[in-house]
Design a protein around this ligand. Structure first.
Ligand SMILES: [Cu+2]
Length: 196
C-alpha cells in the first residue's frame, strides 16, 4: 500500500518538478540578457522599491520572478518563502512592474498570507492586485504592470499564482501597516530599507 502511495506522489510531483526552474551552470561572461541563474547581481533593496515625489502616496515595486537560482528559480527578487518583506502604509497606491527572468511561466498575485500554503491562489486580496491570468502565468522580460490600492491593513503575500509554486515557496511577505509612514523593503533580518 505504501508503495502505491509513494508512486502516486511521485507521479503527482513530476510535472511540478519539471515546472521548477532548474538552476543552470554559469556560462561565463556573455552579452546575453540576465536570466534566473547564478549570474544575477546581488539583490539591492533600492532596485525593487521607490517612491516618486510626482505621485504622492504611491509605492513603486519592481517584482522579478526567477531573479536568480534561489529556490530553483521560484523566487521574487531573489527571495522565497517570505524571506523578503514589503511594508506599505495603509491607503497607499501600489504600482507593480512584474517581469519573469525564466522561460517557465510565473505570475504575481497579492493574497492573504495563509493562502500561500494552498495549491491555487484564488482571487487577489485587493482589486487589481495581480498580473493577468495568474494561473497560466507569463514568460519573458516584457514588463507586466498592475496597480492597486492597499486599503486594508494586515499580513499579505506576493505569491506566484502558477499552481503549486507558492506552496513550494514562491512568495514574499507583503504587509499593509496602519503605523508606517513610508514604504519599506526588508531582506531577511537586515534593517528595512525605507523609500522616501
Ligand atoms: Cu512561480
Amino acid at each position: 500500500m505504501f508503495r502505491i502511495i509513494a508512486l502516486v506522489c511521485a507521479l503527482a510531483l513530476s510535472p511540478m518538478l519539471q515546472a521548477a526552474d532548474a538552476p543552470t551552470a554559469p556560462t561565463g561572461h556573455d552579452h546575453g540578457t540576465p536570466s534566473g541563474d547564478s549570474k544575477a547581481a546581488e539583490p539591492q533593496e533600492s532596485m525593487f522599491l521607490s517612491v516618486d515625489p510626482k505621485t504622492p502616496k504611491t509605492a513603486r515595486l519592481v517584482v522579478i520572478s526567477a531573479y536568480n537560482a534561489v529556490n530553483y528559480g521560484m523566487n521574487f527578487n531573489g527571495f522565497a518563502k517570505g524571506g523578503a518583506r514589503y511594508t506599505i502604509p495603509q491607503g497607499w497606491t501600489v504600482s507593480v512592474m512584474f517581469t519573469n527572468n525564466s522561460p517557465v511561466p510565473h505570475s504575481a498575485i497579492v493574497v492573504e498570507k495563509p493562502v500561500v500554503k494552498k495549491l491555487q491562489m484564488g482571487e487577489p486580496a485587493f482589486k487589481g492586485a495581480s498580473t493577468p491570468y495568474p494561473v497560466r502565468g507569463t514568460t519573458g522580460k516584457t514588463g507586466v504592470p498592475f496597480q492597486f490600492v492597499a486599503d486594508e491593513a494586515g499580513e499579505f503575500a506576493i505569491a506566484c499564482g502558477f499552481p503549486s509554486h507558492s506552496a513550494n515557496g514562491h512568495w514574499i511577505a507583503f504587509d499593509v501597516s496602519t503605523t508606517a509612514t513610508a514604504p519599506s523593503l526588508q531582506f531577511g533580518t537586515k534593517a528595512p530599507y525605507v523609500a522616501h
